[in-house]
Structures are given as C-alpha cells and as structure tokens.
Design a binder for this molecule. Sequence first.
Ligand SMILES: NC(=O)c1ccc[n+]([C@@H]2O[C@H](COP(=O)([O-])OP(=O)(O)OC[C@H]3O[C@@H](n4cnc5c(N)ncnc54)[C@H](O)[C@@H]3O)[C@@H](O)[C@H]2O)c1
Length: 359
Amino acid sequence: MADVDATPAGNVVEVIFIGCGRPNFSMGWTHLEQMLREPLASLAAVVGVVEPYYLSEACVPGEDAELFREYVAAHKDLRFVPSCTALAKELPAVAPGRVRAAIISTRTPDVLPAFQGAVLELGCRAVYLEKPGAATVAHLDDIAQLAEKHQVDVVVGYNRNVSLHVRRALAFAKEREADMGTPPSVTLLHGNPFCDKEMNEVFRRCRPGLFYDMACHELAIAVGFFGLTAAGYSELRVDKASSLQAVHGGITDFVRAAFSLRPAPGAEPIGFQIDRQAGSFNGIDVDGRRFLSGEPPLLYTNPLQSLSSHIALNYDQYVEAKRIFLSALAPVNARAAMPAAAPAAAPRVAPTAPAPSIS
Ligand SMILES: NC(=O)c1ccc[n+]([C@@H]2O[C@H](COP(=O)([O-])OP(=O)(O)OC[C@H]3O[C@@H](n4cnc5c(N)ncnc54)[C@H](O)[C@@H]3O)[C@@H](O)[C@H]2O)c1
C-alpha cells in the first residue's frame, strides 16, 4: 500500500481521483498530473486514485494497459485502487470539520455510480465533476438530489468559463462594437484531433455523443456569457454543408456540427463550429480574429499523438478551474486545523473567478 498522508495539515485539501485513464491522454490523468505540480500541489494532497477500468478484470491487455501499469509503478507515492469500496477500506474517516473532495473523470455514462461512491462510501462533500456531468437528465437529477441530501458542493468542469482566451475574446468583441457601432460576428470554435480510422473508438468512448462530449463546452459559454437559455433561444439554423452525421462502429453520432442561434430575445445570433477532426483547440472567432485556448494559443494538428504537451504548463483553463475549486475549500480546512476552532459549517464552494464561474 502507498504511504499516503490521508489527513494533510493546514488548509491543504484531501483529494480523491475517480477515473485516471490512459497516461498522456485521458482527462483524469491530465487532472492528476496537474495536481502534482504547482500551483495546485500545495493546495491539495492526493489520497487515492480509483481507476475502475485499468485495475479491473475487464481491462483488455494491450499497449494502454501496459502504459497504465508503468504509470502506477512510477508513482509509488500514490494509492491506486480499483473501486471506491476498496479505497474506503484503506482511508480513515474524514477528520472532523475537514472536507474531502473528489475529482471525477470517468466516462460520462459511469459518472452516477462514481458520484455515489464518492459521497456515500468515501465521505466526499465537494466534487469536481467532469463535464457534461452525466449521460442523462435523470442521472443529473439523481446526482443533484444526493448532493442536496448530503450537502455536497458540486462544480462541473466547464473550464472554458475561466479561460483567458474567452476573456480576451469578450473584451475584443466589446472594443469592436464600440469602434464599429455594430456588434461583431461571434463564432464559438472547438476542434478535436481524431482521424477517420479513430472514429469507431471516438464514437464509442465519447457517448452519449458530440453534443454532450464537445458542444456542451460552447453551449456553456453561450449560457454564461451570451444569455442562452433553453426557453429563450430562437432562429436555430443548421449549416448542413459543414455538418456531418455518420455511423461508426454501429453508433450514430456527429463528426462535426455547425449551427447558429439567437441565444435570447434581442441578443445577436452566435455561431458554433464543433469538429472532431479539425485539430486540437477551442476558441472564439470575433469578426475573423481567432482567440484560441492557451497562452500562447495552442493549435495541434490531426491526429494528436499525446496530450502530454497540454498539461498544466499550457492549458490555463484546466488549472484555473481546479485552483478556484481548491481555494474555495481551503478555508474550511484551515478553520478545522485551528485548535480553538468551532465546528466548521458544511463547506460551500464559492468560486472566486469572475462570474459566471465553473458551474
Ligand atoms: N473538460 C474537458 O475539456 C474534457 C476533455 C476531455 C474529456 N472530458 C471529460 O472527461 C471524462 C473522461 O473523458 P476521457 O476522454 O478521459 O475518457 P477515457 O475513456 O480516456 O477515460 C475515462 C475512464 O474510462 C475508463 N476506460 C478506459 N478505457 C476503457 C474501455 N476500453 N472500456 C471501458 N472503460 C474504459 C477508465 O476507467 C478511464 O478512467 C468525460 O466525462 C469527458 O466528457 C473533459
């Protein structure tokens, strides 16, 4: 068993990862790698990594499984286990007044059992849930009810909302409108770097589909910054020539989708271009000027072999989202660490970023 301090001192937050995935590729691995580096390392102590596939008997032997084994062997200071139940047997109960947090990056249809494990078995009272949060509205409702019942603060990793490129694009749009006297054209962009021969695997891995997997990010930006609501939008127009629905591996999904809509009455229409095969980037086009993720802007070609060059150092939005999450929890632990502290109230996550924050 790894030698892990399960009740870190001071305001450091105890964090459990549920879903690590493939090294150099998966989101859980990306979050974990970032957490082991500053500025996050001094805010959090990783007390367990639950990996439900690679550590299970269902795991198909091969290159990925081998990579995962090597990763575990190279991180003897981390505690890797196959399930929340196994981790609960190894960890002490959460210390009084302190908050234990989970970062859930399983595949989307597996989120509900992961959330239940985090809350009911591991005592987590704060959860960073990868987008889109669940595969169905019914699952989201179950998560919300469980969170309400156990006073769990949940943030969903819509990290673009705290990204520098979004702030810069919005500032430029404002300037442009002031200069030109009319609102600029705005298109929200999202590219993934997968090629044709990878589409079977992408369609299988990214269920329930492109709108949950990719477009949810741009829709979240539209909600947060352009006033989009389900009841308020109009003039939805699909650009059929730039969209492609296809069947790969027996699954029907979109390879790319381009559309525009008016997000709210009186608002200007905005465009969306979401493409599984365009490269690796997210961004906003304002009157032909592109603001892309990362600083300097990141643009990787298709296909992308490894995500390792994306981690912490470059992708400001992933680090910033977790920094806000952990910083909001830190005062709860700091209070618990003070000898004369009154029993800490249930933690409430109050993100410090400009509204709207990760939600
Ligand atoms: N915020 C973002 O920008 C961003 C980017 C990518 C993914 N995500 C989200 O992160 C979550 C994980 O996505 P991902 O791309 O890392 O997924 P992934 O499939 O690479 O890994 C997720 C988990 O799937 C399991 N898994 C791996 N191979 C499997 C197999 N063959 N069969 C069954 N299970 C297997 C593993 O337990 C792994 O931890 C999803 O909710 C996704 O929407 C977010």
